[in-house]
Design a protein around this ligand. Sequence first.
Ligand SMILES: NC(=O)c1ccc[n+]([C@@H]2O[C@H](COP(=O)([O-])OP(=O)(O)OC[C@H]3O[C@@H](n4cnc5c(N)ncnc54)[C@H](OP(=O)(O)O)[C@@H]3O)[C@@H](O)[C@H]2O)c1
Length: 250
Amino acid sequence: MEISTNYSITEGELKDKVILVTGANRGFGKAMTMDLAKAGATVIMLGRDLGSLETAYDEVVDGGFVEPILYPLDLEGATAEHYQQLQKDVLDNFGQLDGLIHNAGIIGTMMPIEQYDLKLWYATMQINVNAPFMLTQALIPALNKSADACVLFLSSSVGREARAYWGAYGVSKFAIEGLSKTLSEELEKTNIRVNSLDPGRMKTEMRRTAYPAENSDKNPLPESKSPAIVYLMSEKSKKIKGEQLTLSDA
Ligand SMILES: NC(=O)c1ccc[n+]([C@@H]2O[C@H](COP(=O)([O-])OP(=O)(O)OC[C@H]3O[C@@H](n4cnc5c(N)ncnc54)[C@H](OP(=O)(O)O)[C@@H]3O)[C@@H](O)[C@H]2O)c1
């Protein structure tokens, strides 16, 4: 299902919503954090680098948008105990969670499976798959307390159609698609809707690493696509569940 990036944010449309974004310090995560806060949501900005999290936080506040919360956590090393603590922090401070956006990820390396570095394989699967699984599992009770909660898994075209040499990244995105579908089926009768999203190409660090030879200026800015995330977190998209979504280029 294709979602248009041509979405106009209405002031206050996400008022009183609490939304957690992983990898909120830069790239697409930062762009969506700005727009979610602009739409009135309180964003819990999860990231592993406090310095760049604080810089992104300052930009949200300087923009006059809703003040976000910083949550430093390295998804590679985080354990079930860290996620339980996060759940407790969310429930103690907000009583519920309305959105969970699994945006953080690493590209790994471009290499044949036959030669793929074992350590990098584990790291990619830990950050791109195991962390979203543990985070979701821990936060379902908080999502259950929302009248309309939304879980969004950032995916990729290589997680829907296999491409040679994309290694652990491609495999991790296939796994994310499976996690998204399975969870959606399990939560069918609840107020939690679950979707995966291929955002398409964007001018970010990840894209530059994957395509070092291309002219990156030809790629859409993440800011041109992030308004669609507000739509997907809003009640306007309430009927969209269990879908493999793609974003149109702006
Ligand atoms: N850009 C594209 O063209 C494109 C296309 C299809 C899909 N996607 C998907 O869109 C999502 C965002 O991609 P992007 O292009 O914005 O990537 P990016 O610019 O490389 O940003 C990745 C984010 O993930 C965070 N992250 C990585 N490892 C982490 C860890 N161990 N703990 C916590 N945070 C960690 C990074 O934080 P640090 O700053 O600390 O590294 C950063 O905030 C990804 O899921 C990606 O697969 C992107």
